[in-house]
Design a protein around this ligand. Structure first.
Ligand code: HEM
Length: 416
């Protein structure tokens, strides 16, 4: 279990006026916990477009679509690097000679260095490479659904939502399937904590790197067709990859691969289970499923983009100082009423579906092709293999808060 860190409440800085202070702890918000989809619409509608909260050491939130998109593209002002180059150099200087700083790449780098580190992943996550996995993904979905079909009920996350993307990812990565519970736990702990201390975060990232080290070294000597082997064969701006590079890539892919798609699936299945008419419409015309999956991704967005203000600036009505933490709150931006009329409503035929679930700008998600294939395939198989399914009225869905938001459990039932 994750140890819960003491809430770090920061004093309100002089440059933050009272009207921009909004009491929001993204790790522990009672309303988000109880009903994340509604709370996010509330934030996008009623909170200031850019607000400051004293929680978690004090941070800014950008909550509207246009501002989130603009900040996502403006990496010169909104840096993805958590430390300034000077702070980084000072940290490195203090390390014992055999230690390193683990820095998931390319997500914590700014261009132009980011561009060189992103290129190898662009190759391995290209749409064609992902499409080639669809048959295996479909077989896995079918197997998991058939495994619970006769029971007439299941807790969707435990039975299908978690194992499906985790198994797809571990297979693609060439990591041992029998260790999936251990891998999931370490990622889930990592995402449940706001690390006040850099050292705590490093401890967990190091643990992830160590978990994968033997596999990384093995694949360097004996390459197979898996993602780790293919990554070893790439280079960054003409330089061969080192073990340290591979660890930094794999930590990010490990976190992204093990704790993202399942949330999209949980939100999507919860919505379908609550809307039998939509299930009937999609069963009657499965060609509509990709469009429905896209609108579900918009309506239920769950990954936050974390930035550091690289300089003092005026943005969205706020004065932000260099070094302050800024959350580009994609989950709220996607339900901004100024961008999406009636944003809380799932509208299959919505004209504007250009969402920021996968972010915008240089860091937009590299796993989006894989994620889309997985969610679409899951919905196709669930709708084809199960009769009408519905939510369990005795067990309402609750949500896990943090930089990745998701349903904890989605109990569903159907007639057998
Ligand atoms: C529905 C599922 C997913 C969602 C909603 C999602 C969302 C995101 C978001 C919002 C970002 C940008 C973060 C930022 O701006 O700092 C991102 C980046 C990234 N995602 Fe995903 N992701 C998903 C699935 C995946 C999967 C399955 C993988 C790979 C196995 C993946 C790999 C990555 C990588 C490598 C980046 C970093 C890109 C860069 O920094 O250039 N994602 N993702």
């Amino acid at each position: 279990m994750a140890t819960v860190t003491a809430p770090r409440i920061a004093p309100q800085p002089d440059h933050v006026p009272d009207e921009l202070v909004y009491d929001y702890d993204m790790y522990n918000d009672a309303a988000l916990n109880e009903n994340a989809p509604d709370r996010l619409v509330d934030i996008a509608t009623n909170a200031p477009p850019v607000f400051w909260t004293p929680h978690n050491g004090g941070m800014w939130f950008v909550t509207r679509f246009r501002l989130v998109t603009e900040a996502g593209r403006n990496w010169e002002n909104f840096s993805s690097e958590p430390f300034t180059p000077e702070d980084m150099a000072a940290m490195m200087a203090q390390l014992p000679p055999d230690e390193q700083i683990y820095l998931p790449v390319p997500i914590l780098l700014d261009p132009p260095v980011h561009t060189g580190f992103r290129k190898p992943l662009n190759l391995v996550f290209a749409p064609k490479a992902m499409m080639a996995m669809q048959d295996d993904i479909r077989s896995l979905a079918a197997e998991l659904i058939e495994g619970v079909k006769d029971a007439g009920h299941c807790e969707f996350m435990e039975a299908i939502g978690e194992p499906m993307p985790v198994q797809v990812f571990l297979g693609m990565f060439g990591l041992p399937l029998e260790r999936q519970d251990e891998f999931r736990q370490i990622v889930s702990d990592h995402l449940s904590e706001d690390f006040g201390e850099h050292a705590d975060s490093q401890r967990q990232l190091r643990a992830m790197a160590k978990l994968m080290e033997s596999t990384l070294l093995e694949r360097r000597e004996n390459p197979t067709g898996d993602l780790i082997s293919r990554l070893w064969q790439t280079d960054v701006d003409g330089r061969a990859l080192t073990l340290e590079d591979m660890q930094n890539y794999c930590i990010l892919l490990f976190i992204a691969g093990l704790d993202t798609v399942m949330n999209a699936m949980g939100f999507g299945v919860r919505h379908l289970a609550a809307n039998p008419a939509l299930q009937a419409e999609l069963r009657a015309d499965p060609a509509l499923i990709p469009e429905a999956a896209e609108e579900l991704l918009r309506r239920y967005s769950f990954v936050v983009s974390t930035r550091r203000a690289a300089r003092d600036m005026s943005f969205g009505g706020a004065q932000i100082k260099a070094g302050e933490r800024v959350m580009l709150y994609n989950p709220a931006a996607n339900v901004d009423p100024d961008e999406f009329p009636d944003p809380g409503t799932f509208d299959l035929h919505r004209e504007n579906k250009a969402h920021v679930t996968f972010a915008s700008g240089p860091h937009r998600c590299l796993g989006s092709h894989l994620a889309r294939i997985e969610v679409q395939t899951l919905y196709e198989e669930m709708l084809a293999r199960l009769p009408e399914f519905r939510l369990d009225p005795d067990n309402p869905v609750s949500y896990r808060c943090g930089p990745v938001i998701g349903p904890r459990a989605v109990p569903i039932r159907w007639d057998t």
